[in-house]
Design a protein around this ligand. Structure first.
Ligand SMILES: Nc1ncnc2c1ncn2[C@@H]1O[C@H](COP(=O)(O)OP(=O)(O)OP(=O)(O)O)[C@@H](O)[C@H]1O
Ligand code: NI
Length: 313
């Protein structure tokens, strides 16, 4: 049927922009960028991590893919699912079955409903729900429990079981591990890796670079709404293999590499002209404060920087 699109990647995000406008002093309208010029693709069987600090646009990306952005969001660019434009109508049709969200917020669980009932949902199948729970180590006794009786790790597993019971093709996991101790977090990430190995495309959204690297094939780094770098996980073996100064700073800030903090904060609201990272960047020159910087293929990945690592001086 769809012969022309048979070889299309599972997901292609092309120049995605999500912004909000707000009235500032004097009735001036200002545009607040949430996601800017974001492009990447994800194939079946791949686990791609999206990492970035709080406010970098990760959940907006997730909500765009599920078709659940708030109505006041202004959206640009294109998202293709198996080669077809993934508009809100198509996303609505696939949501919960073919494309699923493992939500960041645990308040997606109803505190007054037993676990088994909630996993099944209104139109679901009780046997499928039990099987999904069992797959994540949650037996029949858990089906009778209410959310307050579950540990943090069990809540996360319930959310994953709910999302994946219908064997989705695309799994978007938005911060699935906060509040878990490292061992439980590792197990949760292992579940996502298994879903990818079984053929799903998995987009793992997290601020925890080190945890992401245990399971990801590739990593996309967001800063103030824009991707600054996409790199294979293997490039995180050494700082010099990373191309963007922000990615290098993240690498150095991780516990394995010395916890070296990066002074300053990510800009919020209106961005400075030029590269958004320039005010904190050790390599920035005057040119970095001028025009927008393009996102370009370079080496094994992509980078948005006028002075990437390894450039000829
Ligand atoms: N409905 C909205 N109206 C206005 N601004 C919004 C709205 N939703 C998100 N934003 C802004 O967009 C930016 C990105 O938000 P987003 O929730 O995607 O961040 P995030 O990377 O998921 O952060 P966190 O790690 O804290 O979950 C933030 O600056 C946020 O304030
Ligand atoms: Ni978020």
């Amino acid at each position: 049927m769809e012969s022309k699109k048979q070889n299309a990647p599972l997901l292609q995000v092309q120049g995605l922009t999500v912004s909000f406008s707000r009235y500032a002093q004097g009735f001036r309208r200002v545009t607040l960028p949430g996601v800017r010029d974001l492009s990447f693709s994800l194939d079946e069987g791949e686990l791609v991590a999206v990492v970035g600090a709080s406010g970098s646009g990760k959940s907006l990306l997730a909500h765009r893919l599920l078709g659940i952005l708030p109505h006041n969001a202004q959206v640009g660019g294109q998202v293709l699912y198996r080669g077809q434009p993934l508009d809100d109508r198509l996303a609505g049709k696939l949501r919960g079955y073919e494309i699923v969200l493992v939500p960041q917020n645990v308040s997606y669980l109803d505190p007054l409903m037993q676990v088994g009932e909630q996993v099944k949902g209104e139109k679901g199948d009780a046997q499928k729900a039990s099987a999904a729970l069992r797959r994540y180590g949650l037996g029949p006794e858990v089906e009778k429990m209410y959310p307050f009786q579950l540990s943090g790790g069990m809540v996360r597993r319930v959310l994953i079981a709910t999302a994946v019971q219908h064997t989705p093709s695309l799994v978007v996991a938005d911060e699935p591990t906060p509040g878990l101790h490292p061992e439980a977090a590792r197990r949760v990430l292992g579940h996502f890796k298994e879903l990818a190995q079984a053929g799903a495309g998995v987009l793992l959204i997290t601020h925890d670079l080190e945890a992401a690297l245990e399971v990801a094939d590739r990593v996309i780094v967001l800063y103030a709404g824009a991707a600054v770098e996409e790199a294979p996980a293997a490039s995180f073996a050494a700082k010099e293999l990373l191309q963007h100064p922000y990615t290098q700073a993240l690498w150095q800030a991780s516990p394995n590499h010395g916890f070296v903090p990066l002074p300053g904060t990510q800009p919020v609201g209106q961005l400075p002209a030029g590269c958004a990272f320039a005010p904190r960047c050790p390599k920035a020159g005057p040119e970095c404060h001028e025009g927008a910087v393009a996102y370009e293929k370079r080496g094994a990945g992509y980078v948005r920087c006028l002075h990437p690592e390894g450039e000829q001086l």
